[in-house]
Design a protein around this ligand. Sequence first.
Ligand code: ADP
Ligand code: ZN
Ligand code: ZN
Length: 752
Amino acid sequence: MAENYAEVLMEFARAEEIDRTFTYRIPEELKDLLEVGMRVRVPFGRGNRTKEGYIISFTNSIDFPPSKIKFIYSIIDDFPVFTPAALDLAYYMQDRYGTTLAAALDIMLPPGSKGNKIALNRKKTNYIKLIKPKEEVIDYMTSIKNNKTLKNQYNILTILLDIGEAPINELMEELQITRSSFNSLSKKGITKIYTKLEEYKAKKDFAITETGYLLNREQEDALDMLNKSFNKKTHETFLLHGITGSGKTEIFLQFIENIVDEGYQAIVLVPEISLTPQTVGRFRRRFGNKVGITHSRLSPRERMDQWVLAKEGKISIMIGPRSAVFTPFKNLKAIVIDEEHETTYKSDTTPKYQTKEVAKFRMEQENGLLLLASATPDLESYYKASVDEYKLLELTSRVYDRPLPQIEFVDMRLELTTGNKYVFSSKLHEEIQKTIDKNEQVMLFLNRRGHSTFVSCRSCGYAIKCDHCNITMTYHLGRNKLMCHYCGMGKENPNTCPSCKSKFIRYFGDGTQKVEEQARVFFPNANIARMDMDTTRNNKHETILKNFKDGKIDILVGTQMIAKGHDFPNVTLVGIMAADNMLYMQDFRASERTFQLITQVTGRAGRGEKPGKVLIQTYDPDHYCLQIAAKQDYLAFYNEEIELRKQMKYPPFSHIFSVLITSDKEDEVIRWANRLMEYYKFYNKEKDFELYGPIPAAISKIADIYRWRIIIKSSDRKRLNNYGLYCIDKLRELDKPSTIAIQSDIDPVMLY
Ligand code: ADP
Ligand code: ZN
Ligand code: ZN
């Protein structure tokens, strides 16, 4: 290259002040090797600490004395880790999410490759090979034949004469010798030691054992649309809406097959929780070794391997949770986002990106296709489809026209009047018994873990809260302790009320443990298991799901974890233990979440040939959301809810900018939240931003940190983002608050 200097961006530049490039001089020996997008080691700061950075550009023009400019030390990887397209994506994220450029780049690399200077490469193996003609080698061997101390050299050469080259590790093991003989041979100029990239071999050979089903009419039409769009090689976004079991997955499997056949690549995103062996298996049977998988339970080395294989084009499909959207495929032509309504697609840590937007940006870059799929699309996605921003593909019937399960409500108010205080209504009790008598399976869903979700005093009404969070504690059976689900602190179970000393401590609110406990009493002959965060540490969930699939469990009790994506043909009864507690979240999306959850849970019943039944226990059976959910009528729900959003000016009719001010000192949080609000008011002269707050956050204290919130609404996303960040910057610059932290988020999906 002609240039003498490189602009280097520091890795891990979380702070704004170092989120800029620094100029470094390129040493002669690196001149022909350096490329934009490479990672390098450089001396940084007064002490010349070694830091890692990314090469952003090259230059010859500098505006300070060359003698002041430090040299780049070395290159970390053999190739640029970022393409120009990836750099563009980082600039987009920097702009859209108010993050630093370095943070946007960092998130694109696999964990484990950063900070500890591990090169992103396949593993390298040391090899030895002959570099002298055979005759000379044989002459040398003859000369040392009777020399006992050189016996190892003799043995190595015997093998090399036979096969030419071999991995040193293997020879050391086979001949039971150390490294020194190899070095001596090489010093004599007879052999040479060199490194070779380990050939990519799949750990197991996954054979392709399945071909696609013959599609039904609706599936065929949808696939047709996708293929036509793909053939045009222009960017488009599709929303595939179809109830669970309508064959959505089958469509994108066949679509991906076409893409891969033409030499292109695809990414499939699924929520981490649905990334089960079952899901993966389906891809494996269809695509064998062409599939790569990445998720947080893999080791850093394994995740790096997957990344490198994708970069080298050794695999064609990557399946993973949201971070897989950054998979460095070179010929990427499709990104599929399954269960696109899931909140986990919005990152809750910096950079707080929305996966759907990142995917769309990448597909615009590559002229590829973004496919969002769901049984209950995000209201905002469906709205985009209704205004033709997305193309809508709808599947209206289940494969084989399997009927939707029959859904019934149980009015829990009536249970109370008959004196039934158990978690099971008499109707649910009866249906469970019938189901297990037929040797069919039951799933019981409750979105709260633990035993009792609050513990309070019947005399004075005092509810026991966590000492560190403003939230009631949950009683856990096994540990006989009260646990805080936010900070994880435990507390002894009190015998008397901490407030009035009465002995009338009572346990209210049902959790999954209580459901399990009572199920064991009522159905003593059934095999019962529970699946929630407490029972699934150390990957136990795979065992539980397998046992359930194999029929070793009759009744499975669980939280969200059992609601998603699993396909159990023998489940004919699903019980939703308490539909109400989902409706009363402090979030304008509460109805949407309830509708989604009920639809998902309902979708678990009747997946096989036998018809399914769903019982929903509730104190409010007339609630419109429950009524529509029971009919599984997404469109009715959408129409009702979108009208509400329009009236209230909630997304998609506005954007929300949320600011969270936190500190361990309550008065400081209040003081600075109010001060920040003054800035927002001051810079809102035209009054075109709607300001709310500051108020305590829904959970106003977590782990001894107080939390206050300001919410700003506007229909102009870009201006809102600029304004939101600008005032925070101003406050930091002029008032220099040091006792608080400020976090902001544009278009948050959860506020607590
Ligand atoms: P979804 O993703 O909408 O839940 P799936 O694609 O998983 O639906 O399909 C549900 C079930 O029906 C799966 O077991 C799948 O293998 C099967 N299936 C899908 N399409 C067909 C088809 N055209 N013919 C036969 N079986 C199909
Ligand atoms: Zn009391
Ligand atoms: Zn707590």
